[in-house]
Design a protein around this ligand. Structure first.
Ligand code: PLP
Ligand code: TYF
Length: 396
């Protein structure tokens, strides 16, 4: 029976990992997959995570199931991290949190929840967006629409975004990146978030905020500005959060599916649906990552150590953004790439064409996604001049 099944292409971003590994050029540079790297090019386990894991190894007494909603110590900690310590939404008991296998698992819960409970509603995704968004919502059977996000001259297309979303029918879902937009690196400023809020209210839309990079843009609280504005202003909202990047626990699959309802009664109703969705997908989430996060956020000393580690990762990325633009100055290109210093998060839409990206790979062993997306965290200080020279060569 299997002879009729066709082979499909693999994930283009993950494919870069193999291509990079096979390249024997000693100066090769990996600006592909979105994983944080230090200046040696490594993705080490955070010290706060190592300390928490040592404690867990000592203290763990059971490997029994943790339940469909996961570990309440973890979900309560994530709610405070995302919505703020003194959020009126939490005081009103309007928010439900379900531990999920990564942010991806949370997105799939959101997709299934929408499909099962909001019949006939479509979802609106930014163009461009993280390619897996398309696969996840397609797999759940949702109809998708796109809204413009980046203009042809590689800038945030806020007007295009707003005018497209003005056409969305009432009750449709709009997916917004909380911060550090993947793949573009273009984020909304405070005034633009307020305009998006007004549009959502005017059109009666349901926001789904994907929050995968909290702490990587401007700060843990700063990055939550738009998310908290919507949560405190609207009756209903969905948030998918991920601890993969900010705790560096990618492979532990640690995320959270958050539903905000008008009141506690309705929150309990939608929460019961979230449990069914989780049960039908994977029953219970993996426990380890959530236990690590709960241990860190619940202990003042570990927590401040972790905050310092997040600060260090963010400051390294933002420092590299400025340093990269500076290193392009001798080639007369700092103006052309000035946006790299203003974008936020790990990613930058450089504005390079697929052909230029191919030349960077073939002639300089520099790997990036063909859309022109670079993982800024993949830059190393000692390679900045080399990369700048390569950019200058393909921009001739
Ligand atoms: N959303 C976006 C925009 C992402 O870039 C990622 C990253 O991989 C995710 C969600 C999900 O992350 P994970 O499933 O690894 O927690
Ligand atoms: O966009 C990225 O590079 C990260 C990592 O299937 C990633 O979000 C990429 C592709 C994928 C899973 C994770």
């Amino acid at each position: 029976m299997f002879e009729q099944i066709a082979r499909v292409p693999g994930d283009a971003i993950l494919g870069l990992i193999d291509a990079f590994r096979q390249d024997t050029n000693p100066v090769k540079v990996d600006l592909g997959v979105g994983v944080y790297r230090n200046d040696r090019g490594d993705t080490p386990v955070l010290e706060s995570v190592k300390l928490a894991e040592a404690r867990l190894l000592e203290q763990e007494r059971t490997k029994s199931y943790i339940g469909s909603h996961g570990d309440p110590r973890y979900t309560d900690a994530v709610l405070s991290l995302v919505l703020g310590e003194r959020s009126p939404v939490l005081d009103a008991h309007r928010a439900s949190a379900t531990q999920s296998p990564g942010g991806t698992g949370a997105l799939r819960l959101a997709a299934d929840f929408i499909k099962a409970n909001l019949p006939g509603k479509s979802i609106w995704l930014s163009d461009p967006t993280w390619p897996n968004h398309l696969g996840i919502f397609e797999a759940a059977g949702l109809d998708m629409h796109r809204y413009p996000y980046v203009s042809a001259d590689n800038q945030l297309d806020f007007e295009g975004m707003i005018s497209a979303l003005e056409q969305a029918p009432e009750g449709d879902v709009v997916l917004l990146h909380a911060c550090c937009h993947n793949p573009s690196g273009f984020d909304l400023d405070h005034d633009q978030w307020r305009q998006v809020l007004a549009l959502i209210q005017r059109r009666g839309l349901l926001p789904l905020v994907d929050f995968a990079y909290q702490g990587f843009g401007d700060g843990l609280d700063e990055d939550a500005f738009g998310t908290r504005l919507l949560a405190e202003s609207l009756d209903e909202m969905i948030i998918t959060s991920s601890c993969s990047k900010n705790f560096g626990i990618y492979r532990e699959r640690t995320g959270c599916f958050i539903l905000i309802a008008k009141n506690q009664e309705q929150m309990e109703n939608v929460r019961s649906q979230a449990a069914i969705t989780a049960r039908e997908n994977y029953s219970n989430p993996p426990a380890h990552g959530g236990a690590v996060v709960a241990e860190i956020l619940g202990d003042p000393e570990l927590r401040s150590r972790w905050v310092a580690e997040v600060d260090e990762m963010r400051e390294r990325i933002n420092g590299l953004r400025r340093a990269f633009v500076d290193s392009l100055a001798p080639f007369g290109l700092s103006e052309r790439f000035a946006h790299v210093a203003h974008q936020r998060g790990m990613f930058s839409y450089t504005g390079l064409s697929p052909e230029q990206v191919d030349r960077l790979r073939d002639e300089f062993a520099i790997y990036m996604v063909r859309s022109g997306r670079a993982n800024v965290a993949g830059l190393r200080r000692e390679q900045l001049d080399y990369v700048a020279r390569a950019f200058a060569a393909v921009c001739q």
